[in-house]
Design a protein around this ligand. Sequence first.
Ligand code: EZ4
Ligand code: CO
Length: 402
Amino acid sequence: MKIKEIRVIVASPGRNFVTVKIITDEGLHGIGDATVNGREKAVVAYLEDHVAPCLIGRDPMQIEDIWQYLYRGAYWRRGPITMAAISGIDMALWDIKAKAANLPLYQLLGGASRDKIMCYAHAQGRTIDDVVEAVLAKKEQGYVAVRAQAGVPGFESIYGIHKKGKKKNVLEGRLPEEEVWSTTKYLRHIPKVFEKLRDVVGWDTHLLHDAHHRLTPIEAARLGKELEPHQLFWLEDAVPAELPEGYRLIRQHTTTPIALGEVFNTIWDARQLIEEQLIDYIRTTSVHAGGVSGLRRIFDFASIYHVRTACHGPTDVSPVAMGANLHVDLWVPNFGIQEFSGYSEATHEMFPHAWSQDGGFLHPGEAIGHGVDIDEAVAAKHPYKRAYLPVNRLEDGTLWHW
Ligand code: EZ4
Ligand code: CO
């Protein structure tokens, strides 16, 4: 079998997705997700101009050699754009290999280790009462784990809570929206939110929270400590991880479990945090951390250190990467949880998929390959639209982490 053609499809069924389609001379094809939210066209150029020409005529069964060829062979290593391109190719190649073997992908990885995959939903509200209501609604739908994000009094929009009447993260053709932030006000408010949530929601539902990289280690330590009575499933992305040793300080002060890594691209980004057992959940996802091959390597390494998996799964991780994640989730021995924030109707239509949801649980399905495809006719109806994530400033104008 040989790779005959590689297509890169960019479409916006509500938000932009970059999808790689690899077609073989035997008629089998595979698809992969290569979306980097807000920087989509950089991956398109990387794939079309630099990757695709090298792979035409290659044997698609040599997944590892192609991965290494694109990683080591490029000299310029790591980084979100390079790794999203490698991820898209890798996912498509695993799709082809599993189709050629006439098996669902999870069978090639080692088979199912569980019957179903626990996922967590997103719930958000401007006021504490709104958050409580949103979490209860998710519980009603069958979720056993819910991420709760609350507005901070005095701020119109913060991560997870957007201005009324505006569509989150979709700022067609305009420049990034600017938000205002105060860690002091946030830290004073959040413990009250979880106190109320536990009061009303009880103890049967796992509660999670995402600080979205906005704190310093000592601030994160304080938040973790104050949240201890409410026994969170985790505190996510407390501090940016460019300085992994900063997480030692958090560990010294709190038993709140720590989750990190949605922006990580490789095992090297996660190595120290895992080896020193500074985190409890590793959040790498197939589209940003080297595809199925990258995830498998990171997750096996994490298993030695009691770190469990928690693939990133927001709306910008496409249904293709979600499918790849779910095959890994079904197999991986040290599975923790899968994030799942759902997709627009148009997105479901554009990506027919074998994976399915039953209340708060997911399953990759039994279709051969990873079980997700792209309907190119639907994609053609949803052209790319320039869009940015917001940026964030402190009250005095200082640029902060969004
Ligand atoms: O902000 O995927 O846990 N989920 C998240 C996401 C990220 C977006 C960025 O593209 O933090 O909502
Ligand atoms: Co997050």
